[in-house]
Design a protein. Structure first.
Lengths: 214, 214
DNA sequence: CGCGACGCTAAACAAGCGTTTAGTCTGCTG
DNA sequence: CAGCAGACTAAACGCTTGTTTAGCGTCGCG
């Protein structure tokens, strides 16, 4: 299986090997010699192509960001359930990049910020479109809702190992996605609370204090 | 401010310094000499107390798990909004442990699994209680709902840097929590979708295939 | 053909790592 | 007071790290 390795540029092969290793073991936990062996080259060649280990990281960051950004663009306009399905389907072969992404998002790096902001922008656009189309409800603070929807979307991805474990699987499978669909849609269709008591209570509790929104 | 450092056992001081460093830079990215300097001891003393760097990690794991577990227990029985408020309030001083927790959850370690399972168990109990009390709605798959609620709860915590950034703050502040309350409660009270179209469509699409639940 | 450019490697480099060793100091116990 | 036990350190150990250096082979261009 899995080709797309022999016909790649040496540079690209090194980069892919690095993404895989960094995703599995973290940046500091991976040595250039490990990556070199995976890519079938010498350690010195990595530095010939990327100047330094840090340079290699930047190239990996940029590559992973590019991957998910183009994927993200394609999705704008799709509804949330298709989005979820597509996202989980693309997991199977893109596992390495997802590992890398997870570590990136918990670290603080400029690339991490760019990536999150791009996800947020995608979610915001999608949310606005769906509200305008009457598919989703109006929200009192669309921006804040977009932020939390982005976080809720990324949570299962970053913690997908635990998601799979909780469902008795070792990885994200089709059956897991199928079992997830109804409960998640239920949550976002009927809500979790049986009535409006908590919401109205919170509204009253917050009413005298802050009124400007910015 | 911040005392609780001079009066601690040397062992505890080392452990706390390690949690802070591991949380900020990761396990592989932190040297024993760094931790030793932070704790005001020699590197050799760390090994005298913890046998090896790996032993130190295990002690840190156990300590962080213990911290969040006791916190988790106290919360069982509280409603979700109080839970959210408490969680975000406890962030300010427990920042180091939270950084550590985030890295733990994306890594694969037995301690990470234990911790997640404990969170999941807490969420499950809370969900069942609230449903029984009529505060939350019945769910077709309570277990799956509990899993996703746990993931949705952890997402904003793990990605709290991005959460803060998206709200124009540099850290989780009171005003951020206040601005979050209504949108989140709204989401979990009314849901996101305007009608049941998507849910019923999904139900129909999935009806012929799997009927046993496990 | 000659020759620089480029992809690439082997070997060596200093620095830093986790860990070991040997030893000092202090406080308790007999 | 002798002596053991435990907290603690300085120095050294061997090894791995990222990086440098020098050089090999093979193209394409004049």
């Amino acid at each position: 299986m899995r080709s797309a390795s022999d016909d790649l540029t040496t540079r690209a092969r090194i980069r892919d090997a690095a993404v895989a290793r960094f995703g599995q073991q973290g940046f500091a936990g991976t040595s250039l010699r490990q990556i070199a062996e995976d890519a079938g080259v010498s350690a010195a060649l990595i530095l010939h192509h990327f100047q330094s280990k840090e340079g290699l990281r930047e190239a990996c960051d940029a590559h992973v960001v590019r991957t998910f950004l183009s994927e993200n663009e394609q999705m704008t306009g799709a509804d949330a359930s298709r989005l979820m399905r597509d996202a989980l389907n693309s997991v199977e072969d893109r596992g390495a990049a997802l590992d890398y992404l997870s570590r990136m998002l918990v670290d603080d790096s400029p690339a991490s910020d760019n990536l999150f902001d791009a996800f947020l922008a995608g979610t915001r656009t999608m949310l606005r479109e769906q509200i305008a189309a009457g598919i989703m409800r109006e929200q009192t603070d669309v921006e804040a809702t977009a932020v939390y929807l982005t976080l809720y979307g990324l949570g299962p991805v970053i913690l997908r190992r635990h998601l799979a474990r909780a469902f008795g699987e070792s990885t994200l499978t089709t059956s897991l996605v199928e079992r997830s669909t109804i409960p998640v849609l239920e949550l976002f269709t009927h809500g979790l609370y049986a009535d409006e008591r908590l919401l109205t209570a919170a509204k009253e509790a917050l009413s005298p204090s802050n009124r400007e929104a910015k």
